[in-house]
Design a binder for this molecule. Structure first.
Ligand SMILES: Cc1ncc(COP(=O)(O)O)c(C=O)c1O
Length: 314
């Protein structure tokens, strides 16, 4: 999906024009993947424009930076404020927000110089459905990738870091080459892990299953949201090790992620999932999820962070 430029990007406390947000070709992150980032969505709701789980995303951003020992000079609240202002300053009604912390120009060794400080940028821009406009309604075709997720003790998948996305790229590009919309990766031991940018859920006999964080995945905030909504709707939800063949025995499958949102999977490795149509549990959970943004699901968790308030609503 191509980018639609907007007016301003936030850099280390200052607003700069979109086209001036550039880095040197010898930037550390470009060579070694030394960046951590977040993907966050803002939605237009009946009450105003709201950023979904902003506080939790920024918490994960700092956790990713902590895992890699980045020296970040900007605090949690400043980045939260920059995310909100990136939406309002660019007059966006809905947006994808991308805060990123990385090592820039100033040293070519694998470890940045001792006095190097990480750079912080926050951009916001319009972005549609990540897996295609029809994906949410009709579902997608997925295939198990020949590429595995990193083994334990190699790459820490709980961090959302730039370098990790080379693994995602291999999974996504193989899936595309084979004619699937998306790939599903196994972990090093052969258990189900996740998609290249999405977590995975299976439904069997009205019970929800999702791989536990020990299976080389990023514990997604949409995953957590879906588990919370499902439990509240009286579904049993199990986080566990899941063998590959459970994919073929599931009544329903779906992906979750900030970019993808909640996407039904209608076929896996060329085999139909259930009836081949998005199933009733997936539909119900999609309704609860999107209900947070159209006002039909009450936000009792404080997930919606409003950046504008509609005047006609009291
Ligand atoms: C590898 C990977 N897994 C899962 C997810 C889903 O996480 P979230 O729901 O927090 O967006 C993402 C997206 O950030 C991702 O990149």
């Amino acid at each position: 999906m191509s980018l639609t430029p907007v007016n301003f990007i936030w850099h280390n406390g200052n607003w700069i024009p979109w086209q001036d947000a550039q880095v040197h070709v010898l930037s550390h992150a470009l060579h070694y993947g030394t960046s951590v980032f977040e993907g966050i969505r803002a939605y237009e709701t009946p009450l105003g424009v709201a950023i979904f789980r902003l506080d939790d995303h920024i918490k994960r951003l700092f956790e990713s930076a902590h895992i890699y020992g980045f020296d970040v000079q900007v605090d949690h609240q400043e980045i939260m404020d920059a995310c909100k202002d990136a939406v309002t300053k660019n007059d966006l009604k809905s947006a994808y927000i991308r805060p990123i912390i990385f090592y820039g120009y100033g040293g070519m060794g694998l470890l940045p110089p001792a006095d190097a400080k990480a750079e912080v940028y926050v951009a916001a821009f319009p972005w549609g459905a990540y897996l295609g406009a029809d994906s949410l309604k009709q579902g997608v075709d997925a295939g198990v990738s020949s590429w595995r997720r990193p083994a334990p003790g190699t790459i820490p998948t709980s961090a959302k870091a730039g370098g990790h996305y080379l693994s995602s790229r291999l999974i996504a590009s193989e899936a595309k080459r084979l004619g699937y919309h998306e790939g599903i990766a196994l972990d090093a031991a052969g258990y189900l892990s996740e998609g290249p940018g999405e977590n995975l859920f299976l439904v069997r006999d009205n019970v929800l299953y999702t791989p536990s964080p020990a299976h080389a995945l990023l514990p997604g905030l949409t995953r957590d949201t879906l588990m919370t909504l499902a439990r509240q709707a009286s579904f049993e939800v199990r986080e566990q090790s899941i063998p590959r063949e459970f994919l073929y025995l599931a009544d329903e499958l779906f992906f979750t992620g900030t970019a993808a949102e909640v996407v039904p999977i209608r076929s896996i490795d060329g085999k139909r999932v259930g009836s081949g149509e998005p199933g009733p549990v997936t539909r119900q959970l999609q309704d609860l999820f999107f209900g947070l943004f159209n006002g039909r699901t009450v936000d009792q968790w404080g997930w919606m962070d409003y950046v504008t308030h509609n005047s006609e609503v009291s």
